[in-house]
Design a protein around this ligand. Structure first.
Ligand SMILES: Cc1ncc(C[n+]2csc(CCOP(=O)(O)OP(=O)(O)O)c2C)c(N)n1
Ligand code: SF4
Length: 426
């Protein structure tokens, strides 16, 4: 049976949108070249085209506007496996904003296929012109029509060193053209010309895509068809792939969770909050749980607060936020200021673990106060607060956190190691 890459009959685009043609033909092209669902990593950009990712049952990653090619370059280098296919969906808006990333990826030969959805305007935000809008094309915010010829993105990436580049018209069956690009090694790009029915057609009544292309002198052709050039560096070859078994976290311990637990760690920058958070989440994963960690700190990373949102769950985690955490751990004055709202909103079922040097704020949460800073030092306060939480809750095996701690640089401090062993009986 043919692999189904798209899980719905109803795609999220307006009727007649060329993005539908691209998505359906991507599925057909992937079927033609015989790829499996998890061999494909679809990286989408911001824009109408990007809302497709929930319809694809492949791996999907959603990037920032214009940055999806940079994101995909990292993924491609990290995955480091020619059998995995990285596909980038980007609009003409994203391609304009992220043009440098496109040139760089083509120049370096990152292994991916970029599909530029060129509907000649920013669809999602109501029809502003992009840098690829052809001369004369009208949009809702430029009713007099573009005064300059748009960039020839195909010519640019071909010159930058892409392995394969083509511009096609997004009408009818385009699966062969997409399959051609998908089957290349190195950097390939297909620019698909389309018109957004909701803004492009309205601003240019009676317009026909083929006529527009002809009149604007846009060439529909293969721009580059070169020997594959794949991204290679010594450093890259020395690094394990993201799929490497050596990076796998093995399940060795047990847990007692039947539902997710959400922790909020809040302390001071430079005091090991993020590393403590990582140790805890990895310890949970060693117990067979799913885990997410989301750090927050000021852009000047060496001063002020440092916080981390953690979720451990026996089930897959689809939302990484935690507006009402189950446990709040606070180890410093900066941390208390940053966590103030969460502490104020905490209910009776929540637990607040706080350093005893801090004044306990008014809260409905159950409060546990300990001398973390005094006994272990400010830099070790968060990891010891986590040991304390585990001693009280037993949600995962203490041995799992001990193992993470012993594998960390912190354990090189023999005094700290002995103190932790003695205090927590590990
Ligand atoms: C850096 C940045 N700038 C602007 C925006 C606002 N924004 C969201 S969608 C969008 C337009 C997207 O147009 P395009 O990339 O052509 O994709 P389409 O919607 O046409 O598929 C813009 C400008 C944003 N999200 N991020
Ligand atoms: S607004 Fe335009 S680009 Fe966005 S889905 Fe509708 S037709 Fe497509």
């Amino acid at each position: 049976m043919e692999t189904k890459f798209i899980n719905t009959d109803t795609l999220p685009f307006c009727s007649g949108c060329g993005h539908t043609t691209i998505s359906r033909n991507t599925e057909k092209a992937l079927q033609k070249i015989g790829l499996n669902l998890l061999d494909v990593i679809l990286v989408t950009d911001i824009g109408c085209h990007g809302i497709i990712d929930k319809a694809f049952d492949t791996h999907t990653v959603h990037g920032l506007h214009g940055r999806s090619v940079a994101l995909a370059s990292g993924i491609s280098a990290g995955v480091n496996n020619p059998d995995k296919k990285v596909i980038v969906y980007i609009g003409d808006g994203g391609a304009s904003i992220g043009m440098q990333h496109l040139l760089d990826a083509a120049h370096n030969g990152y292994n991916m296929t970029v599909v530029v959805h060129n509907n000649m305007l920013y669809g999602m935000t109501g029809g502003q012109p992009s840098e690829l809008t052809p001369k004369g094309f009208k949009t809702p915010t430029l009713p007099q029509g573009a005064t300059h010829k748009g960039y020839d993105i195909c010519g640019l990436v071909a010159t930058a060193g892409a392995s394969y580049v083509s511009r096609i018209t997004g009408i009818g069956d385009i699966s062969d053209q997409l399959a051609e690009a998908f089957s290349r090694t190195g950097f390939s790009l297909v620019e698909v010309m389309e018109i957004c029915p909701s803004y492009g057609v309205k601003s240019n009544p009676g317009i026909k895509l083929k006529t527009l292309i002809e009149e604007a002198g846009i060439e529909i052709k293969v721009y580059a068809d070169n020997e594959p050039k794949a991204f290679e560096t010594q450093e890259r070859n020395d690094l394990p792939s993201l799929f490497s078994p050596s990076l796998e976290i093995k399940e060795e311990f047990t847990h007692r969770l039947d539902k997710p637990v959400r922790l909020f760690l809040s302390g001071t920058a430079g005091e090991g909050v993020q590393s403590a958070a990582e140790m805890f989440i990895r310890a949970g994963m060693r117990c067979g749980l799913q885990g997410t960690k989301k750090g927050s700190y000021p852009v000047t990373v060496g001063v002020g607060f440092s916080a981390s949102n953690l979720i451990l769950s026996p089930e897959p985690i689809f939302y990484t936020g935690a507006p009402r955490p189950d446990v709040i751990l606070v180890t410093s004055e900066d941390g208390i200021k940053f966590a103030r709202k969460l502490i104020d909103n905490a209910g009776e079922e929540a637990l607040l673990i706080i350093d005893s040097t801090l004044e306990t704020p008014k809260t409905r949460a159950r409060v546990v106060s300990h001398h973390f800073r005094e006994h272990f030092g400010g830099r070790n306060a968060m990891i010891t607060a986590l040991f304390e939480y585990l001693r009280q809750s037993n949600i995962i095996s203490m041995d799992a956190l001990k193992k993470q701690f012993m594998d960390s640089k912190m354990a090189a401090n023999t005094k700290l190691k002995a103190l932790i062993e003695e205090t927590f009986g590990i």
